[in-house]
Design a protein around this ligand. Structure first.
Ligand code: ADP
Ligand code: MG
Length: 596
């Protein structure tokens, strides 16, 4: 119900006071401690800092402080910095097409100051004394000269103290700290020369000394990864691509950097995903750090108040280049996965304890478990896979000379696993996953080159389908034919199958037909064709592959190994599970406490 008094009140238009304008802008620019940190640290980087220390108290809700050793500001600038649209970084609209700095909107400081109790201390190297500016809720309280180190020290106290509705949205301190920590880990990547330290309630929770993007990325991608660099036209790419099995349900380990700026970009995420081709489950997000450098005029960063989204002038070109680059790296993951990393990624500490108890007895066996750090070390969780320790090369120079055919087959166990050895290492191959990967590639590649051969069934096979499956089949007879299925409708709900893809040998034909018929094909003309083809190929591959439990003759095993050496992505099955894991002598020795 509306209040008639309000309705009849004459409307008055007025220009809002500056403080209110800044509070409105603050709603877009800063929503939580992590975004305040982001703005302040970006400013430190723009000021040329090489040391940045961040302090949080109570997750940033009582204090966020950023101290840098950058250029600092002279007294006049220190005051002007809090004016809306006051910036030293651009001066005319042309500059927007050629941004060299992280900031340019001149919004952050006034916005943050309008919703906090802020103290700025800064000294420009040329000045003997520094300046302190104190601002509460956007109002300057006082300005004075103070002794201070060269650089800038900003304390943002009691964030959202004057906007209680927003303050309520702050999460538990631990949650806010985590967000800040994650952001700092990512933001440090493009600035190898800068040291970052993060303290929470005076405890240091992050210390990142200067290190290359690749080295820092290894702390983000937990598991095997390959380094790459790639150049095409105006685009330069480099970074670290995680093994398909390092993918997870969260986007925390997918870092996208455009011209030194951390972004969340749908186009780039999708390009990377597609670069992983058939190796990810639909819900998985890959672990990768991809840094893209492009002419500033090719990208618009002024599309989002937090500058975390970008728009490319030639999106299609960027998409194809990134996809292609990532794909060329993923294709090289054919070496075995190190054993430790086949256990659930980022194991919880408790899981590690359990694991360390069962597999890693301590010497003397008094306490029964090892400290987590030691267990982590033993499991190789923190380290990147030595198999992939390939020096600083581009994708092209990556060597990955693992060959299945060199393995000596020892035995089959638990129905599905082939135990093997080679050169002081012990290998376990999942025979179903291996065969599935091989068949999948075969079906898919032949589909692409229109060479799937089919074999005629001795007796045509007829199967009754539900109306929707029947309709799907009948409408797409041509697609089925390209997969090697010769299928004809018979009556209202039955189809007759005369031939099937020849890789399909002794599986359950009925299941295969039902499975393939149920892949929805209505959108085949749209851009998602590839996905559907993969879908069908994966099903054919699965049905055509050796069942677990069947015993394999050594010659069959060696034939499978030879075949695997001829195929791409042989390290993971079409569902992204590893095909082979390896254990070094020292790992095996650790199981038995023989490592020293
Ligand atoms: P922007 O970064 O978009 O220019 P800000 O509001 O973040 O806008 O900052 C305003 C100005 O204050 C900057 O342009 C810069 O000149 C100055 N400034 C802010 N932080 C620092 C800092 N840590 N060191 C030196 N100068 C700074
Ligand atoms: Mg800024």
């Amino acid at each position: 119900m509306s209040d008639p008094a309000i309705k009849t009140k004459p409307r008055q238009i007025r220009v809002l006071p500056e403080v209110v304008i800044n509070q409105i802008a603050a709603g877009e620019v800063v929503d939580r401690p992590a975004s305040v940190v982001r703005e302040l640290v970006d400013n430190s980087i723009d000021a040329g800092a090489t040391e940045i220390a961040i302090y949080l108290e109570e997750g940033g809700s009582s204090l966020i402080r950023v101290v840098d050793n950058g250029s600092g500001m002279a007294r006049d600038d220190a005051i002007l910095a809090f004016e809306r649209h006051a910036t030293s970084k651009i001066s005319e609209s042309e500059d927007l097409n050629n941004l060299q700095t992280l900031g340019f909107r001149g919004e952050a400081l006034p916005s943050i100051a309008s919703v906090s109790q802020l103290v700025l201390k800064t000294r420009n190297i040329e000045n003997p004394v520094g300046t302190q500016v104190q601002i509460w809720g956007g109002k300057i309280k006082n300005v004075r000269s103070v002794a201070s180190a060269a650089g800038t020290d900003i304390e943002v106290g009691r964030l959202f103290f004057n906007t209680p509705a927003r303050r309520k949205f702050l999460r538990q301190p631990a949650t806010e700290e985590q967000r800040v920590k994650l952001w700092v880990q990512h933001a440090a990547l493009p600035f190898p020369g800068v040291r970052y330290r993060l303290f929470a309630d005076r405890r240091e929770i992050l210390n990142l000394p200067p290190a290359s993007l690749i080295d820092r990325s290894r702390g983000i991608i937990q598991g095997s990864s390959l380094e790459f660099s790639y150049e095409e036209g105006v685009i330069e790419l480099f970074g670290l691509i995680g093994h398909p099995a390092t993918a997870s349900g969260s986007a925390d380990s997918l870092v996208l950097i455009v011209n030194g700026r951390i972004v969340k970009d749908k186009l780039l995420s999708r390009a990377i995903r597609e670069g992983y081709d058939s190796t990810l489950k639909p819900t998985e997000i890959p672990s990768a750090v991809v840094s893209l450098t492009i002419e500033p005029s090719e990208v618009d960063v002024n599309v989002h108040p937090q500058k975390s989204e970008v728009r490319f002038r030639h999106p299609q070109m960027v998409f194809q280049t990134v996809k292609q680059a990532v794909n060329s790296v993923v294709m090289r993951f054919s070496a075995p996965f190190v054993a430790a990393q086949t256990f659930p990624f980022r194991p919880k500490e408790t899981d590690l304890f359990r694991y360390s108890q069962t597999l890693l007895p301590t010497k003397g066996c008094e306490s029964g478990y090892q400290p987590v750090a030691q267990a982590l070390g033993a499991l190789g969780v923190k380290e990147s896979d030595p198999t992939f320790d390939l020096g600083h090369g581009s994708a092209v120079s990556v060597q990955n000379d693992f060959k299945f055919s060199r393995l000596k087959f020892l035995a089959q166990t638990l129905g599905c696993y082939l135990l093997c050895e080679h050169a002081e290492k012990f290998y376990v191959v999942d025979m179903h996953a291996a065969h599935e990967r091989y068949n999948f590639n075969l079906v898919r590649n032949r589909f692409r080159t229109r060479e799937i051969s089919s074999q005629q069934l001795l007796l045509p096979f007829s199967i009754e389908l539900s109306p929707s499956l029947f309709a799907n089949c009948v409408e797409h007879l041509e697609v089925f034919r390209r997969y090697g299925f010769e299928v004809e409708p018979f009556g209202e709900s039955t189809i007759v199958v005369r031939s099937v893809p020849s890789c399909f040998k002794d599986g359950d034909l009925r299941h295969l037909i039902l499975d393939v018929a149920s892949v929805p094909l209505e959108g085949v003309a749209d851009g998602r064709l590839q996905e559907k083809i993969d879908h069908i190929a994966a099903r054919i591959a699965c049905h055509a592959s050796i069942r677990s439990g069947r015993s394999m003759e050594p010659q069959e095993v060696y034939a499978l190994f030879d075949a695997l050496d001829t195929t791409e992505f042989s390290a993971a099955c079409p569902h992204g599970r590893p095909v082979v894991v390896s254990f070094s002598r020292s790992e095996v020795e650790q199981w038995f406490g023989r490592d020293r």
